[in-house]
Design a protein around this ligand. Sequence first.
Ligand code: AMP
Length: 298
Amino acid sequence: MPTPSTDAPELLATPAELRRRSTTWRAAGLSVGMVPTMGALHAGHRALIDRAVAENDRVVVTIFVNPAQFGPGEDFARYPRTMDADLAVLASAGVDAAFAPTVETMYPAGIVTRLDVAGPLGNRLEGASRPGHFNGVALIVTKLLVAGLPDRAYFGQKDAQQCAVVRHLARDLDTGVEIVVCPTVRDVDGLAISSRNVYLSPEERARASAIPSSLAMAMARFDAGERDAAALATAVRSFLENERLDVDYVAVVEAEDFGEVETAVPTNQIVLAARIGNTRLIDVVRLGVDTAPVGRGV
Ligand code: AMP
């Protein structure tokens, strides 16, 4: 495999340019990895990028804040945009190309053709709290896979329901793309790193560590033999409410379709969303698979 360079990545602005570049690579027998992001790159993104660079001959990182996956009243307008710093990260990681289109380039005629993520996967939990969110995710991911023709595409376990949606669409639409899911990268106190953490005041940031603590507590109960999914979810909810977090949902689900379970078994996931002030954060742990996130008081 060629050694990664530290040159600036080639900038690609349109789906046609992306397809041309990828087609050239593939014609030369080179494998192509893709890492879709919304920019504001942090250590979580970097872990996906490093893995893609290690596993593919060429890597393209996409940077696009996709309006189709934000609901009215969500943070599309204020979402952090840090393109210059992002390009420096890509250069230091040895990424070959950055695809950073404008909204007009991606949706020149608005959105006429839609994708619908049906069933519990599309409509429960994140899907219920953010109606239409996964349809928007499915649309942009499909567009990126169609234009970029990667062999592999990399996603973070932190967005567990998104990972399940993307795995389904890659199969359902016969993309032939291998979906690679990478572990969640966490801060020292266990909080999952997120572009949205910059919204938190220092006081809110301190309280946010209740999220990994609550999940670590539930994992400890599971390891001690607790199998009642409702009891696990209630314990997490109480823990968060005691720390004055506004809980959106806590659920124990099976990983494939996000159906709720009554009896927890290894590989089930505890997923949650909670608000601190104006910031909404999500997290997840896989029972019997992940090591507990480090957390306060655990
Ligand atoms: P985003 O830019 O937030 O859309 O994220 C782009 C990709 O990075 C998604 O697949 C996320 O799941 C992944 N990601 C975000 N934060 C983390 C993290 N802390 N650890 C691992 N992957 C992450």
